[in-house]
Write a new protein. Structure first.
Length: 187
């Protein structure tokens, strides 16, 4: 059976974004976690056109249990799973995992299934009625990552991440983003 993740050995443990959580996060982590705009745009304002996407995995598979629950997907329903590394000048910046159900792909006229090396943020933030539905936060221990992810992103310590449920035309998708040490140095 093919893996449902290039990034994870096991599903991360997520914390619901409750009142007060923000102030428990380090300042640089808060800045990225609560960024309301496109992370790609924020990276481009710092690195310019050097920001690029490396596709690590893109296939139809069953999402992790908590992802299915968050998106209210049936247990055996496949979604498009896309995992990428955003980098600039060979510096790993952000790892991302996106779960796009078939209904969401259909609602966007298949645009989201043909991203290629384009960042997802460039596309979804161009939709005028993009809605942010929910967000969770996690601190991912190095043991949760696959060996491939550890090497690809130069991970050697816990990594903060956020996952956000977005809706386009009332169809949901889940975007998880993990902030690597290089990006946390950018304010």
């Amino acid at each position: 059976m093919t893996s449902k993740s290039f990034l994870f050995n096991r599903e991360p443990l997520w914390l619901e974004n409750r009142q007060g959580l923000r102030h428990k996060l380090p300042g640089n982590v808060q800045s990225w976690t609560y960024e309301s705009g496109s992370l790609t745009q924020r990276l481009r304002s710092y690195y310019g056109d050097a920001v690029a996407v490396k596709i690590l995995l893109q296939r139809w598979h069953k999402p992790f249990l908590s992802e299915r629950r968050l998106l209210t997907l049936p247990e055996h329903r496949y979604s498009l799973i896309r995992e990428v590394l955003l980098h600039a000048n060979s510096k790993p910046l952000i790892l991302a995992r996106t779960i796009i159900p078939a209904a969401t792909i259909k609602a966007t006229q298949n645009t989201l299934s043909h991203l290629g090396n384009r960042p997802l943020g460039e596309i979804i933030f161009s939709y005028p009625r993009l809605e942010r539905m929910a967000m969770d936060v996690a601190l991912i221990d190095p043991l949760s990552w696959t060996q491939s992810a550890l090497v690809e992103a130069s991970i050697n310590r816990p990594v903060w991440g956020r996952r956000t449920v977005y809706a386009i035309a009332h169809k949901q998708m889940l975007v998880s983003e993990f902030f690597l040490p290089e990006v946390l140095g950018i304010v």
